[in-house]
Design a protein around this ligand. Sequence first.
Ligand SMILES: CC(=O)[C@@H](O)[C@H](O)COP(=O)(O)O
Ligand SMILES: NCC(=O)COP(=O)(O)O
Length: 237
Amino acid sequence: MTKLSVNINKIATLRNARGGNVPDLLKAAIDIQNFGAQGITIHPRPDQRHIRYIDAIQLRPVVNTEFNIEGNPIPEFIDLVLRIKPEQVTLVPDAVDAITSNAGWDTKTHGSFLKEVVEEFKRNGIRTSIFMDPVVSLIEGAAATGTDRIELYTESYAVEFEKGNKRGVLPYVKAAKKAGELSLGINAGHDLNLENLNYFVNEVPGVLEVSIGHALIAEALYFGLQNVVSMYLEKLK
Ligand SMILES: CC(=O)[C@@H](O)[C@H](O)COP(=O)(O)O
Ligand SMILES: NCC(=O)COP(=O)(O)O
């Protein structure tokens, strides 16, 4: 079964809007896990506009499922992750001023850098994942870095699905098959939601984990956090 890791960036965004501690990020993480999510994802960005580095540190003792920290491996991020030792780190090549993640790694151009970073995290007992577009040649490049997993960047699938084009899943099926042949574990995320999730995990073989934030937190405004976590878990059965 595919695991659900809830990305709590947007809870921090809401809290930061007023400068206090409402909503309480740590309580939300505890509740989300109690509601059945199998992981918590955060993506601290250098400007700390949502998750702050201090949040990441304070979350460590309360995350008793799988803690997944995503981000661009700049020195500050590497130091933070090595200090916290989450179960998984996901490397994302996002620019400092990116509104959200908007591309996967070019694992050919950045192969030797990624290999070094992956080795450092793995030496410290942290599982690694590389955020990737569904491109077979780049997946071969990811395997060469020694990473444990890749995370398939699902924005283009979500866009096509929204337009009614279910063929948008086909590159992901191909990419997942290649990843499987290369013994890479497969995660997926970005713009997954209650509408498009089930089709994706049914079509794409071997998805171990999805990380979902933006849609899930928005849907929680209508359904409540507990219901919405259950609704996602239902889609992953
Ligand atoms: C890697 C990925 O797709 C997500 O982590 C996404 O980047 C969420 O980040 P924001 O919440 O800052 O949009
Ligand atoms: N890795 C993807 C993630 O954590 C959440 O992305 P989104 O659901 O906020 O688009």
